[in-house]
Ligand binder design. Structure first.
Ligand SMILES: Cc1cc2nc3c(=O)[nH]c(=O)nc-3n(C[C@H](O)[C@H](O)[C@H](O)COP(=O)(O)O)c2cc1C
Length: 223
């Protein structure tokens, strides 16, 4: 299994979020996965311009790292999405990437892959952010298997407790195990089906306006 860890922090892999991602990947590697990490420090993936070209042509006209990262995700089997808590949400750096995935979301273009989310904070509120990130994964077609987080304000010297390390590594192992055995849950499948139905309706409605996306659906799923 190939996994890509995406760290949406300007402090890159050495920051708190990056360090927690590495623990998740350590667990995944122990189960035989091959892992890589990509940091989004800001500027490497610019904000979406809302031009709709991705919907019409399947690629973003902005010249930055987005299309390369998209291709690396498509070449992977698993995604670990990570962000610091920035004002009770994901970082702007990660949000820029998520927004640029709008065309991927319409096509559920990462379908078949498995994923997990990682959040660190200075003082709390990680869970709704992790849930939001897992919902994003789901809307790209990825099956989310869970999340892990750490409130750095409770950790002397910013050192993760053995419990947090164990939870992170267990999440990495679960990611590999669930992907390998095609494990999912009725709740996740129900949410995926509902979202897919929504996107199918959108494609039917916008088929003239967004030819790439309509043809992608026709080719991969039939309409
Ligand atoms: C711009 C900014 C906004 C932040 N907002 C919050 C917040 O709303 N709540 C919180 O608990 N921590 C907040 N923090 C703290 C970070 O979430 C925390 O330090 C995190 O572990 C940083 O991760 P990193 O080292 O990977 O960048 C904020 C930090 C920054 C720089």
């Amino acid at each position: 299994m190939k996994i890509i860890g995406i760290v949406g922090s300007p402090r890159k892999i050495k920051g708190n979020t990056g360090r927690l991602v590495l623990e998740v990947l350590k667990g995944a590697e122990a189960e035989g996965a091959t892992c890589e990490t990509v940091a989004l420090p800001g500027g490497t993936i610019k904000p979406c311009k809302g031009c709709d070209v991705c919907h019409k042509k399947g690629v973003c006209p902005q010249k930055d790292d987005f299309e390369d990262l998209k291709a690396r995700i498509i070449a992977s089997d698993g995604v670990v999405l990570a962000s610091p808590n920035y004002i009770s949400s994901v970082s702007a750096q990660l949000k820029a990437f998520m927004d640029r995935c709008c065309g991927v979301v319409h096509c559920l273009g990462f379908e078949g892959r498995y994923g997990a989310s990682v959040v660190t904070s200075g003082g709390g509120d990680e869970e709704p952010i992790a849930e939001y990130m897992n919902q994003f994964l789901l809307t790209t077609g990825i099956t989310p298997v869970g999340s892990v987080w750490a409130n750095m304000g409770t950790l002397p010297n910013n050192a993760f407790t053995p419990e947090i390390v164990a939870a992170a590594q267990a999440l990495g192992r679960k990611l590999v195990h669930d992907w390998h055995n095609h494990i999912t849950s009725p709740e996740i499948e129900e949410r995926k089906t509902r979202f897919k139905d929504r996107m199918r309706q959108l494609m039917l409605y916008c088929r003239q306006e967004w030819p790439f996306e309509y043809q992608y659906w026709e080719k991969t799923r039939g309409m």
